[in-house]
Design a protein around this ligand. Structure first.
Ligand SMILES: *Cc1c(COP(=O)(O)O)cnc(C)c1O
Length: 368
C-alpha cells in the first residue's frame, strides 16, 4: 500500500484544468507555433498594454529588492480609479488569490460554501481545499438562480461566490437582482461578487457595486487585471471590501503575493483608459463576428456579456471533445467544458478579427 499524505478532502481535489499552452499544442500536433490561434483562456487579444511594458522595463532594475508588501502605489492607483480608501483594498496574485484567501480566512472544515452550477471552476476548488461542504445551486438558463441560492442558505453557510458576468457561460445578473439578493443574505455570511469581466459590460449594463460594498460589511467585490487589462501572465487582482473584512483577508494574504513587476504594470494599466476602451470595442465587434457565424451554422449559443461565448457544437455528449480535437488538429485552441458538465459545448474566447475568422473557418471544417 502506498503512503497517503494530507487530509482526505485535499486528496479528493480534482486539479484545475487550464487552457492548453500554444507550445504544447504545437508539440502534440506537429504544428508551427506561429500558425496557432489560442482562444481558450479569455486573455486579451491585444496583448499587454504598451504603458505596462514601459512600467515593467523601469521596474526591472529594482528586482533585487522585495516588492512593496503593502502595494502602496498600486493601492493608490486603485483608490484613484475606484474612489475607495486603501484600507478597503486587498491585493491578490490574480483574483484567484482573492477567492482563495476569502475561503481560507472565512471558512472552517465542515462548514458550507455556496456557488452556482456552471459557475467558475475555482469556487469548488477553493471550497474543497479548506475542507468545506459545497452547496452547488442549479443554474437557471445557464446563469445564477439567485432566488434558489437565497433559499439554499444553510445555518453553517459562511461564503457565497457569485460571478457577474459568469464564466464559462457569459450570463449576466442585472443590478436589481443582485441588490435584492444582498438584502436577503444574513450579515454573517460573506458574499464574493467576482467581477472579472466587468470592464466588458456596455454602458447600459454597468452598475455600481461599490455602493453595495459601502452598504454591506459582508460584501467583497473582486476584480482582475487578467482580462480587459491584458496582464494575465503577471497575476494581479484585487478585492474591495469594508476595513473589517479587508483586515481579516490581509492576515491570510502572503506579504509579497504581488511581485514588483506586476505592481508596476498594474499601476500603468489601470490608468490606461485608452487601452481599456479599445479592448471593449474589439470585444463587441468580435462578439458580433462569432455569434453571426454561429447563427449561420445553426449553432445554439448562450448570449454572453464577457469576452467569450459558450456554443453548443452537437447534441451528443461526445460533441465538445470531438469538435475540440478537430479544431486542435487545425491549430485552433478553444476550451472544452466537459469538466463543467457541459460536454456538448465549447467556450470560445473572443480574439482579433483575423483570429476569429481562422476559428470560424476551422469550425466549419470540424463540423462538416
Ligand atoms: C478569469 C477569471 C478570474 C480571474 O483570474 P485571475 O487571472 O486569477 O485574476 C476570476 N473569476 C472569474 C470568473 C474568471 O473567469
Amino acid at each position: 500500500m502506498s503512503l497517503q499524505f494530507g487530509p482526505e478532502y485535499v486528496r479528493a481535489l480534482a486539479p484545475y484544468q487550464a487552457g492548453k499552452p500554444i507550445s504544447e499544442v504545437a508539440r502534440e500536433f506537429g504544428l508551427d507555433e506561429a500558425n496557432i490561434v489560442k482562444l481558450a483562456s479569455n486573455e486579451n487579444p491585444l496583448g499587454v498594454p504598451a504603458s505596462a511594458v514601459a512600467a515593467m522595463q523601469a521596474a526591472a532594475s529594482e528586482l533585487a529588492r522585495y516588492p512593496d508588501a503593502n502595494g502602496f502605489e498600486l493601492k493608490q492607483a486603485i483608490q484613484a480609479k475606484f474612489n475607495v480608501p486603501q484600507d478597503w483594498i486587498t491585493l491578490g496574485n490574480g483574483s484567484n488569490d482573492i477567492l482563495e484567501i476569502a475561503a481560507h480566512a472565512l471558512v472552517q472544515p465542515g462548514e458550507s460554501v455556496m456557488y452556482a452550477q456552471y459557475s467558475f471552476a475555482v469556487y469548488p476548488l477553493a471550497t474543497k481545499a479548506v475542507g468545506a461542504r459545497a452547496i452547488c445551486v442549479a443554474a437557471k438558463d445557464y446563469g445564477h438562480d439567485l432566488d434558489a441560492m437565497a433559499a439554499a442558505i444553510a445555518p453553517d453557510t459562511k461564503l457565497i461566490f457569485i460571478a457577474n458576468p459568469n464564466n464559462p457561460t457569459g450570463t449576466f445578473l442585472p443590478a436589481e437582482q443582485i441588490a435584492a439578493f444582498l438584502a436577503k443574505v444574513p450579515s454573517h455570511i460573506v458574499v464574493v461578487l467576482d467581477e472579472a469581466y466587468n470592464e466588458f459590460l456596455t454602458l447600459d449594463h454597468q452598475y455600481d457595486s461599490l455602493a453595495w460594498v459601502r452598504q454591506y460589511p459582508n460584501l467583497l467585490v473582486s476584480r482582475t487585471m487578467s482580462k480587459a487589462y491584458g496582464l494575465a501572465g503577471l497575476r494581479v487582482g484585487f478585492g474591495i471590501a469594508q476595513p473589517a473584512l479587508t483586515d481579516l483577508l490581509n492576515r491570510i494574504r502572503q506579504p509579497f503575493n504581488v511581485n514588483s513587476m506586476a505592481q508596476a504594470a498594474a499601476v500603468a494599466a489601470l490608468a490606461d483608459s485608452e487601452f481599456l476602451a479599445k479592448s471593449a470595442a474589439l470585444n463587441t465587434a468580435g462578439y458580433q463576428q462569432l455569434t453571426a457565424a454561429f447563427t449561420e451554422l445553426g449553432l445554439e449559443f448562450v448570449p454572453s456579456y464577457g469576452n467569450f461565448v459558450l456554443v453548443k457544437v452537437g447534441d451528443d455528449d461526445g460533441a465538445g471533445a470531438r469538435v475540440n480535437l478537430a479544431l486542435l488538429k487545425q491549430g485552433v485552441i478553444v476550451r472544452p467544458v466537459g469538466n463543467y458538465n457541459l460536454p456538448q459545448f465549447l467556450r470560445i474566447s473572443i480574439g482579433l478579427p483575423e483570429e476569429n475568422a481562422v476559428f470560424i473557418a476551422a469550425l466549419k471544417k470540424a463540423l462538416a
